[in-house]
Design a protein around this ligand. Sequence first.
Ligand code: ARG
Length: 564
Amino acid sequence: MDFKNLVVEAMSDVLDGSIDNQQISDLIETPKTSDLGDFAFPTFILAKTMHKAPNLIAGELVEKIDSKNFDKVEAKGAYVNFFTDKKAYSNDILHTVLTENDNYGNTKQGQGRNIPIDMSSPNIAKPMSMGHLRSTVIGNSISKIVTKIGFNPIKINHLGDWGTQFGKLIVAYKLWGSEEEVKKDPINNLLKYYVKFHEEAESKPELEDEARAWFKRIEDGDEEALKLWKWFREESLKEFNSIYERLGVTFDSYNGEAFYNDKMDDVVNELEDKGLLVESRGAYIVDLSAENLSPALIKKSDGATLYITRDLAAAMYRKKTYDFAKSIYVVGMEQADHFRKLKAVLKLMGHDWADDIIHIQFGLITTGGKKLSTRKGNVILLNEVLNDAEKLALEQIEEKNPNLENKEEVAKQVGVGAVVFHDLKNDRRDAFDFDLQEVVRFEGETGPYVQYSNARALSILRKAESTDYENADMLSLDDPNAWDTIKLLGTFPDIIQKAAKEYEPSVIAKYALRLAKSFNQYYAHSKILVDDDQKNARLALVKSVSIVLQMSLALLGVEAPEKM
Ligand code: ARG
């Protein structure tokens, strides 16, 4: 049943066609608190035509409105406040959640069309940074959100496995490295070489030339160079995969920058054919001054291609391969200019689908207010963060629930869940300062709090034994404490729409926190397992809350332990 529509119809009846239904619907607001009703119609717009003060109009309208479908209709200031028929609404929402279960909130609007999601995309031979963690978890969550509205996501790990840094790495490895060291602890040692390269190159600029020469050898397919490159890549991937496994994130493709190596000539040729390539001091660029952007550097004077050249090839490849509805890139906002240029060049090439490319930006993570730089070796190592989080989770469990079975497993779900949730709960564009103690806090606005609320709901259901609440008479549910929770359950489909439209997982995370909080309040004030004629209806509510909390956590890529 569409409860908002009941309000539109009631208003329309008394307005005698002076405002059409669509306009009425657009004007209707949701009051901040339940004591102002569930829907409010502001009368300001009528003041001009009715030549009266809005509060008088509100009073008169209330006299005329047929309130049979509502608990009550009241005038408050300039607003007409509608109080939904709680019993009818509760009955409707709870039955819908229970029957639709995991499908609650699903739509078919995507019609199965593809959305490639460029996500994670760390750089080989460097540690995965907090920025890559953000990209991984935001991308993963978006893939689940768009699935819910009927799209088919394709998760692509566009690995940074190509570029001049590999020349630097080979130079550094040959000068200061050993096979044994790399095998023992690949990323840390490769990083060590890389950092040393930059320190040494400050006083010995000739190292840079050597590095360029080595990268050229990789690009030209030189055997020794390629072998080292491949080896660095494999060792790094092993380590990245261990992190993905812990996070429960999978990919549909690991086609990174190197994959496009043999597809670059086509891009350069097309640019040339279309008269877009300009020579500038031996290099080739695309002039973007008409777009108010600095030029896109396509090919260096030594013939080496660049990050953007590979992204042009990748964008075209994805269009050809997936015929995408949208093509999204979950990458930090410091690359905003890069993606503007990418779109601008594609547009100049005549590809209208460039408009379907979306850069999903996110803010920087700092520590102690400072940016983290890989070059200086100043990075937060992700595996360590996850280890610490799991350890803290285990300590909490030991303290609160020492008899829990498979504590270690639950500690993993809670520790990792805490890190992921922390990352997703704020507007993705907000920068945040990384503080481990803050991340693994279990009270307040955290993942463990939501997980705990769900586990509590499940424990009530286990104790209840009866399971026929699915057919409960919700009309008997007459509990003012339940109302906010039921209303929140009812807004879940809108929450999905909003999160999908804005590509914003935080919409779901904030919702999950609100629902958990409201459920805990309900639980604190109502005896759920008392044997009376409302018991099954209360259990139906508890079950519905657990369904929606679990779905919300799943959409964020956070696990939901049954017991905590
Ligand atoms: N590897 C890049 C980095 O760490 C991110 C790549 C993002 N994806 C892309 N198609 N450009 O900065």
